[in-house]
Design a binder for this molecule. Structure first.
Ligand code: ATP
Ligand code: MG
Length: 384
């Protein structure tokens, strides 16, 4: 029977965490492959196996498995009875469907009752595949590797391993809320939190009615691209233009950008609490722009009692861009828009904010009323 064998990193797991990790991973794989012809997804010792219906869309199943965090690698193949003849048939079928100049067989016998030892299985299947395909055996740099896993109930014979995204299965670490601009950085920050097992909600602030809705459309698109890594996503959009113009009317130019950020954090905190998020996430990276200095970050953080995570803090822009390209958010991020933060931004923003200076500037505002205004105008969409 056709199947997909999914493998995770056992060494990365503390013993007590393993059952929870595996159960969550199985559930996430089931969710992600729904409707594609997977008959069942089950945990077997050391791996997870998806048994496929005949009419399954194997390519689509692989694409989904390849985006599921916690998956280190996976391969497509066959489940066979514990008989060498059945394993031979499976290996030959896999070899016939692939094209390669060199190959190897990699056998693991977890079931010591099986009468042939691993090297014997490798030699047996290797000889057959070699004479069918005419390809060379290459133990160190094979173009195609057939993996044979002999387990207690059955064996799995599968083709070339494909890499998964690694990390921890989504939701195992809890829920966080990411402040998502239309830029390059915050989508990467969200991705990195998902990779550490968080389910990520998104909050986007837009300058309407003072800017076009372009940034909102971009952010929604980014959230749905990212949503594919966790099946679904909550997306909050918050009209922020009027709050900014209030800040502009009452606060000198220098500290404005810090006040915008603090307002965003406060509003995001109120929304995050409704969904039981445990932390906020931003795409800030130390020193990347003038608002992202250590003094400024410290002052920004005091606006909320919630933990603020900055997964990109130590990354440089080139690394972030490379990752954005791999995730598939870069193309959208570089589309032109009008970010609300470019609204009324001074040419020389404060680099070294002090809490006292910011408190004085904020004293001119009715902060709770502005937060309430943002929260009550926020609109929730469920994507995916
Ligand atoms: P990005 O590429 O994510 O826009 P950036 O380098 O442009 O980041 P800033 O514009 O200073 O940096 O924004 C810093 C962080 O503040 C962003 O990564 C994001 O988390 C948050 N942020 C900024 N603008 C918005 C917005 N309009 N809506 C939601 N979050 C925002
Ligand atoms: Mg930005």
């Amino acid at each position: 029977m056709a199947c997909v064998v999914v493998r995770y990193h056992e060494v990365a797991l503390k013993r007590g965490n393993r059952p929870r990790f595996v159960a969550r991973l199985v559930q996430n794989i089931r969710d992600s492959a729904q409707g594609l012809g997977v008959r069942e997804a089950r945990s077997l010792p050391g791996r997870i196996v998806l048994r496929l219906h005949e009419e399954a869309d194997v390519e689509a199943v692989c694409a989904r498995v390849g985006r599921t965090f916690g998956v280190v690698n996976y391969s497509v193949g066959y489940e066979t009875p514990l008989e060498i003849e059945a394993m031979r048939e499976a290996a030959l079928a896999l070899a016939a469907a692939a094209s390669f100049r060199s190959f190897r067989i990699d056998a693991r016998r977890a079931n010591k009752q099986f009468p042939m030892r691993s090297p014997e299985i490798e030699a047996d299947l290797g000889g057959l595949v070699q004479s069918q395909s005419g390809a060379d055996v290459d133990l160190s740099h094979a173009e195609f590797t057939i993996t044979v896993e002999v387990l207690p109930q059955s064996a799995f014979v599968s083709g070339q391993k494909q890499r998964g995204p690694g990390g921890l299965p989504v939701t195992i670490s809890g829920r966080v809320s990411c402040l998502l601009s239309g830029g390059i950085d915050s989508p990467v920050a969200a991705y990195r939190m998902m990779q550490r097992g968080c389910r990520v909600d998104f909050v986007h602030f837009h300058g309407t009615p003072f800017t076009s809705r372009a940034s909102l459309d971009k952010a929604r698109e980014l959230a749905s691209v990212l949503g594919r890594f966790q099946q679904r996503a909550k997306f909050w959009d918050v009209p922020f233009g009027e709050i900014q113009s209030e800040i502009v009317a009452r606060v000198p130019r220098g500290p404005r950008i810090i006040l915008y950020r603090r307002m965003m954090l406060r509003i995001a905190t109120a929304l995050a609490r409704r969904s039981r998020c445990r932390a906020l996430v931003t795409g800030e990276s130390l020193g990347q722009v003038s608002s992202q200095t250590l003094p400024n970050m410290s002052v920004i953080d005091t606006a909320t009692p919630m933990l603020v995570l900055r997964p990109l803090v130590g990354m440089d822009k080139v690394e972030i861009v490379n990752q954005a390209e791999r995730i598939g958010t870069f193309e959208t991020s570089i589309l032109p828009d009008e970010d609300c933060c470019t609204l009324f931004v001074p040419a020389h923003p404060t680099l070294h904010a002090t809490l006292r200076g910011i408190d004085e500037a904020e004293a001119a505002l009715d902060v709770p009323a502005l937060v309430e205004r943002g929260v009550s105008a926020a609109n929730l969409e469920r994507l995916g």
